[in-house]
Design a protein around this ligand. Sequence first.
Ligand code: SF4
Length: 344
Amino acid sequence: MFGFMIYYIYVLHETENFKSEHAKVMKMKTWDNKRYHTLNYFLRNKFGDKVFKVSLDAGFTCPNRDGSLSSGGCVFCSPRGSGDFAGTGSNLIQQFEEVKEMMSKKWKDGKYIAYFQAYTNTYAEVEILRERYYSVLNLEGVVGIAIATRPDCLSVEILDLLEEISKDKYIWVELGLQTMHQSTAEVINRGYQLDSYIKAVKDLKRRNIDVVTHVILGLPGESKEDMLKTVEFVANTGTQGIKLHLLHLVKDTKLVHIYEKGQLRIMDMEEYVELVVSCIERIPEEMVMHRITGDGPRETLIEPKWSLKKWEVINSIEHHMMDCDTWQGKEYVKKEAIVQIFDI
Ligand code: SF4
């Protein structure tokens, strides 16, 4: 009898263990019915309203293009400094108002993030930066700014300015890491080492400024494992967000030469969808997915043409997540060694 009871308790214990493990494994988090933490969800929760990003070209250049570091630029960078969808014209306020007017026809009471997108948006004297940032920050409906830049263009004075802005308005800084692998960084002529990214992330974290990291999927010579390593690295930075870009082959870029030499393989849509889902699974729940694919400019895009159907790509990613019964964070593993690198 005693033996039976012991056995019964053991079975009960194992069943409960199984149930709790099972519940842990099956616990799926969703964000407005999406299986990944969308920017739209994040901004709506933060500001209680629909928030639009308005892409701007503030007239800067880049040390990787103007000869300070190199005159070639990153091999994938378009002649518009990867700001092909940003507004044009020398007047920033006018650029902003034009986009806002279009948006407000669809969404009357929306709010706005002014997105300094084209080129390197901290590459100027601090007073010039101050004047450009504040010129749009004070416009009606603007709740914050997003600044795309390079990690090696964040001096103490500039960090001070960003911190000053953060006291009053929401701000995030986007860093173009693209890959954690130095060999690829050389192929793409990124022009800075991984240490520079680590330093910039820590400097921004110390000042409570949100960081969003750009990663490009499909860079020359990278395997799936290489790309997942980069994603796992970023996943453990303790930062706010990540942008997963599909590599676009665009006219008038150095990447075209690499492609013509047969050193660039273009992914098909199915492969990309599977890859991006593997990436999303490895990103922690709290990290915001600012992007899961990319837009190439229709007029200059050479490959992959399928990427022009952006909504089809996004829908396929979501369907694949459903088919695999997976979600953001399902395969996230905290890597203590990386966490410590970014510890402040
Ligand atoms: S850092 Fe940005 S703007 Fe500069 S060359 Fe690279 S992608 Fe283009």
